[in-house]
Design a protein around this ligand. Structure first.
Ligand SMILES: NC(=O)c1ccc[n+]([C@@H]2O[C@H](COP(=O)([O-])OP(=O)(O)OC[C@H]3O[C@@H](n4cnc5c(N)ncnc54)[C@H](O)[C@@H]3O)[C@@H](O)[C@H]2O)c1
Length: 325
């Protein structure tokens, strides 16, 4: 006898660049019913709803009142995460909030407290944790000897839809999360160098290039280089150990280990990271297990990103404990 797995009723709020991929992936999942999607852009939400055979709403309040989903993805602009998340959590609905959790630590705390109070599961969309190439690097790390530095490059052209945050909150957060996961350690302090090139949008108060140096417990170093100035998308990670160096490309999901005598290709079981992430979220909703990255994990990454912004503005090293106190 097969036991039928229960179907999770899901919605998506915000169907722009990222939200449309949540819609596509949920619509193809076996144990999920995509009950409706919401976006204030009527044409956008209607078009997607007809493509994926679901209901379109221009108000997310209406979506949750009419459809009563068990869980939603929240993919509205970052500065709106808190308001939407608090409404969703107050309705007893589980939430996958796109990265970063919010644009301030106070907002992150409000989300964490509300989720605890309502006993709902909140996951943060730090998608690169679910990239199989990161998993493969984790497995080969013991072969590299003592790890000295992990550095990433996340470069590309300016995405005109991002108007509310700079490149540190938008892009550097991905690698702050991955490097911390790979080390299995917390960042102690941050030194960042960043600025605005005056080439992007009219938000000259927000940085569009940054190099963020992370200092970890035990002296390990992380370096995140990111910008919205590079015509081609670059997404790479390098782990420097005393015995060997590993190099990976997040986009192609190729990875190699470079040794003095040879180069070894790392075997990677290529999969779509968003699919892995949403499957993990749905499993947690079904089993009521705590999701990872949790809201608390998302807050830790946000604290490091805010420390980086403070560091480049004040031109000094910033300790994470000073940000959190
Ligand atoms: N994980 C990733 O790799 C990744 C990639 C891109 C963006 N993101 C995150 O996704 C979020 C959205 O970014 P984006 O690039 O998709 O932006 P976007 O502007 O393309 O999409 C945001 C959508 O939200 C809609 N919206 C705004 N207010 C709304 C409301 N009150 N109700 C319903 N819909 C509303 C907008 O109309 C728009 O369609 C951001 O937090 C961003 O950091 C994550």
């Amino acid at each position: 006898m097969f036991k039928r797995r229960s179907v999770v009723r899901v919605g998506v709020i915000g169907t722009g660049n990222m939200g449309k991929h949540h819609v596509r992936v949920y619509s193809g999942m076996d144990n999920v019913e995509l009950v409706g999607i919401a976006d204030i852009n009527r044409a956008r939400v209607r078009h997607l709803a007809s493509l994926y055979n679901t209901k379109a709403y221009t108000s997310y309040h209406e979506l949750i009142r009419r459809e009563r989903p068990d869980a939603v993805s929240i993919a509205v602009p970052t500065t709106m995460h808190k308001d939407v998340a608090l409404d969703i959590i107050a309705s007893g609905i589980h939430a996958l909030i796109e990265k970063p959790i919010a644009d301030s630590l106070k907002a992150a705390d409000e989300i964490i407290e509300a989720a605890d109070k309502e006993d709902v599961r909140v996951m943060i969309g730090h998608i690169e944790r679910f990239n199989p190439v990161v998993e493969a690097l984790k497995d080969i790390m013991p072969e590299l000897g003592e790890i000295l530095t992990i550095s990433s490059k996340r470069l590309g052209p300016y995405p005109p839809s991002i108007k509310d945050v700079g490149v540190i909150l938008d892009l550097a957060v991905h690698d702050i999360d991955v490097i911390s996961v790979l080390y299995g350690k917390h960042v102690i302090s941050v030194n960042a160098f960043a600025g605005n090139s005056f080439r992007n949008s009219n938000r000259h108060d927000l940085e569009d290039y940054a190099t963020v140096v992370l200092r970890y417990e035990g002296g390990n170093i992380g370096v995140v280089e990111t910008n919205w100035l590079t015509p081609r998308k670059v997404r790479t990670l390098m782990i420097v150990g005393t015995e060997a160096v590993a190099h990976a490309d997040y986009i192609t999901q190729n990875a190699e280990v470079w040794k003095p005598e040879c180069t070894i290709t790392v075997s990677v079981d290529r999969q779509e990271p968003l699919r892995n992430e949403l499957e993990s979220f749905i499993r947690c909703v079904s089993t009521r297990a705590k999701p990872h990255p949790s809201a608390e994990d998302g807050k830790k990454v946000l604290a490091v990103a805010i420390a980086a912004i403070n560091s480049y503005r004040k031109q000094e090293e910033v300790r994470i404990n000073d940000i959190l106190s």
